[in-house]
Write a protein that binds this ligand. Structure first.
Ligand SMILES: [Zn+2]
Length: 71
């Protein structure tokens, strides 16, 4: 069954930094391999408890600790 997660659910998921299943609140999550997608990274996640699956979306928000040869 496919259904679109409610906005509140997504906000809660992000607030918990992706550590809990949005369906059953379990923290037993399997992380897949990140896939680049038009400037974002898509990270497939699967819940071990209820077998829900979803995709985390990562976007570039900045860079830090730049080091060059001259330093
Ligand atoms: Zn779950």
């Amino acid at each position: 069954m496919k259904k679109k997660p409610a906005k509140k659910l997504i906000e809660g998921y992000i607030y918990a930094q992706g550590s809990l299943c949005p369906a059953c609140q379990s923290n037993q999550l399997d992380t897949g391999f990140p896939q680049p997608d038009q400037g974002a990274l898509l990270m497939p996640i699967r819940c071990q408890m209820c077998e829900a699956q979803w995709v985390e979306i990562y976007t570039l928000t900045g860079i830090k600790d730049l080091k060059t040869k001259e330093e």
